[in-house]
Design a binder for this molecule. Structure first.
Ligand code: HEM
Length: 307
């Protein structure tokens, strides 16, 4: 699944066919290694200082280098092709280079890594969980929607996607029980009272969509996989279902991840890229674990304006 999502990402964004299904390259492994490095350093703030971990840290550095050099190579090839007036795909990379390459060169590199990491792992895991639930619920598989809309078509259009209403319910329900980014965090700029709890400014609040998605209070019989919870006529689950987070810093790729029939989602690609780099640095900001520990309380997301 990872390989498929990576293929999809690199083809849509960079017009590059990694040919991963036929050949094996170190690229997906490098992404996995970078992610592991990130998780280990978040779990243990002293991870990088432990001499025992040096060989792994070296591996992570090499993986990062591979992602960067691959990105640099793709960017260079595309730029040269554009300068020579060759035909180039009308993809995200071309749009960024056209807009102002000098300004965005560093960002393009960073975005390359972010795109492949954030966009691939989350969607791949969502699809894996979805397939697992479909295998457990053969009655869902009996629905005719996909056959009716896609049938034997080889080319699927955006308009077709817009008609896959039940499939979109299945995907939403998958993210409710298995949010592939299980939460997010916000640092409070100032003191705040949330749900009657005073939280001092500077603290970091953790929001867990994994927890709220599985709470009986918000979803009846929460562990039952039921796509009809997301039927267009069903009440909307406000502030308790947020797999892409909420507010201005929510997932930039959410429209892309849920590509719908409307063409608006395609328009967000360039915007996505221009703003990626800020998200990247935020991801690696050291977390203030002591403040989390001192304020670890559960509050209702709907009461929290920090998002
Ligand atoms: C099922 C798929 C996905 C899920 C569940 C998901 C979820 C999330 C979540 C929870 C955040 C944190 C936002 C916050 O802290 O408020 C996030 C951030 C982000 N996501 Fe996704 N994401 C998905 C797919 C993608 C894709 C396909 C892309 C890129 C094409 C992407 C790009 C980003 C970026 C750039 C950020 C950082 C935004 C910022 O800091 O301003 N995501 N995502």
């Amino acid at each position: 699944m990872n390989v498929c999502c990576l293929l999809d990402n690199s083809q849509v964004a960079f017009g590059v066919d990694l040919d991963l299904l036929k050949t094996s390259t170190p690229f997906p492994k490098a992404i996995e290694t970078c992610l592991k490095g990130m998780v280990y350093s978040i779990e243990d703030i002293f991870f990088q200082f432990n001499p025992k971990n040096r060989p792994f840290i070296k591996e992570v550095r090499e993986a990062c280098r591979l992602l960067r050099t691959t990105g640099a190579q793709w960017i260079h090839e595309r730029k040269t092709a554009m300068e020579n007036g060759d035909d180039v795909p009308k993809d995200i990379l071309t749009q960024i280079i056209k807009s102002n390459f000098a300004l965005f060169e560093i960002n393009v590199m960073i975005n390359f890594s972010i795109y492949n990491i954030l966009g691939q792992e989350t969607t791949a895991n969502q699809l894996a969980f979805c397939i697992m639930e479909l295998a457990r619920h053969p009655t869902i598989l009996e629905k005719q929607e996909v056959d009716d809309v896609i049938g034997l078509k080889l080319d699927i259009s955006y308009d077709d996607l817009g008609q896959l209403i039940y499939l979109s319910q299945v995907l939403k329900e998958t993210l409710r029980i298995y949010p592939t980014a299980p939460g997010t965090s916000r640092e409070l700029p100032e003191d705040m009272v949330i749900s009657g709890i005073h939280i001092p400014g500077g603290c970091i609040c953790i929001f867990s969509s994994y927890a709220t998605g599985r709470m009986e209070k918000f979803f009846k019989d929460p562990l039952t996989f039921d796509p009809d919870r997301f039927h267009p006529d069903a009440p909307k689950p406000y502030y308790c279902y947020y797999p892409f987070s909420l507010g201005p810093r929510s997932c930039l790729g959410q429209n892309f991840a849920q590509v719908r029939g409307d063409k608006t989602s395609i328009l967000c690609y360039p915007i996505l890229y221009f703003s990626y780099y800020s998200g990247f640095f935020r991801l690696f900001l050291p977390l203030n674990f002591f403040s989390i520990l001192s304020t670890r309380k559960t509050v209702e997301v709907s009461k929290c304006s920090a998002l």
